[in-house]
Design a protein around this ligand. Structure first.
Ligand code: SF4
Length: 374
């Protein structure tokens, strides 16, 4: 904490409030709640965090720490008490292991366990050992005392590239081994640091985990398909596609679907939140989405293979661009009628949802009463 400031992460007030406003928006909360989020960030006791690395490239930690704009990582590291992190801690060997066990014993039931990397099960887990213990043993030691397990990245969430194909080490994600603790999956290769920050801030603000989807991902970050908010979507709707890297369509920013873009089947907020605080993401710089937040797409479908679009979702962000160019675009009257019909269906869905009774909280942290009280 900066001695000259009450704001975490050594941040000037303006930067701190800006980050809280951004996280509030990502969480889908009303703008006015940013002050509640900021207050929680300043006053809540810092939750102890134990961060374990297994089969991975450390890309999730690296992307969080090496961002071009360091405030996100500094805020995250100041919001939590990072008691054990093999890449960041100064200690090593027996001292580090002692610190791990002391923290687990002193904070039983209170610490957040962050897992980065898949866990190999084959041959009693000998393919990944730290301090003489296998990843399976370390996870089984640390998970029971955790208030919740946060899986950062697709490897710890779903097994990642290690689990693809013949999977020689029988690598799996945390959810295949831990079934009695709340688990939040924050997949991505790497995930956006803001999604991790927002999950921690949600936990600090509301003292509970956010709503999760069927794959254990926070709905606020993984509730919509990339295709719904992509800046190239007007070209998709108008039938304008890049046919090859470097062709005229690619140079003009046409849709990348025919180059294998997995955006129509991938739930994530990359196209909205973007990366590196400079407003870029793979599709914006000409590379198709590879579906890195989806367990059945990443490394399982060839990058150039087109995904099937089973349930087309309406475009949500950008105004149509030149839809009538060369007579290719949809008729405005048709678009209007389709829009009205979609609105009616969504409205009916909302009314139905309001009438449904609340479900009970599940062990994965999903709850239908998690809407914050304003
Ligand atoms: Fe964007 Fe990919 Fe959808 Fe095209 S297919 S609009 S590039 S997400």
């Amino acid at each position: 904490m900066n001695k000259d400031s009450q704001f975490p992460g050594e941040l000037p007030r303006r930067e701190f409030i800006k980050l809280c406003v951004t996280a509030t928006a990502i969480m889908g909360l009303p703008f006015r709640m940013h002050s509640q989020v900021a207050a929680a960030a300043q006053s809540s006791p810092r939750p102890p965090v134990i961060w374990l690395h297994f089969q991975e490239c450390t890309g999730c930690s690296e992307s969080l720490l090496r961002s071009s704009h360091p405030t996100v990582s500094s805020l995250i590291l100041d919001l939590i008490s990072l008691d054990y992190h093999e890449t960041l801690m100064a200690g090593s060997g027996a001292q580090a292991e002692q610190s791990l066990h002391e923290s687990m014993a002193a904070n039983r039931g209170k610490y957040l366990l962050v897992v980065e990397g898949a866990i190999p099960k084959a041959q009693n887990g000998i393919f990944c050992k730290i301090g003489g213990k296998t990843a399976v043993e370390l996870l089984r030691e640390a998970a029971p005392g955790a208030a919740a397990v946060l899986c950062i990245g697709t490897c710890s969430s779903f097994g990642g590239i290690q689990s693809v194909g013949v999977n020689p080490t029988s690598a799996v994600g945390v959810r295949d081994l831990v079934t009695d603790r709340p688990i939040v999956n924050i997949p991505g290769c790497p995930p956006n640091p803001y999604n991790f920050l927002s999950t921690v801030l949600y936990y600090l603000t509301f003292k509970r985990l956010p709503k999760l989807d069927a794959l254990g991902r926070p709905k606020f970050a993984y509730g919509r398909k990339i295709h719904e908010h992509c800046e190239r979507r007007p070209h998709f709707d108008a039938g304008r596609f890049a046919q090859a890297y470097g062709d005229a369509g690619h140079a003009q920013g046409y849709c990348l679907y025919k180059l294998g873009c997995k955006g129509p089947a991938t739930y994530a907020n990359c196209s909205v939140q973007r990366f590196n605080d400079v407003g870029v993401w793979p599709v914006s710089i000409g590379h198709p989405c590879i579906g890195c937040t989806e367990p059945d797409i990443l490394f399982k479908l060839p990058i150039a293979e087109k995904v099937q679009i089973h349930d087309p979702t309406p475009f949500d962000s950008y105004a149509p661009a030149n839809l009538k160019e060369k007579g290719k675009g949809p008729d405005p009257l048709t678009t209007g009628i389709v829009g009205l019909a979609a609105g009616a269906v969504i409205g009916a869905g909302i009314m139905m949802a309001k009438k449904l009774p609340n479900a009970s909280p599940t062990q994965t942290g999903e709850s239908h009463d998690h809407e914050p009280k304003e």
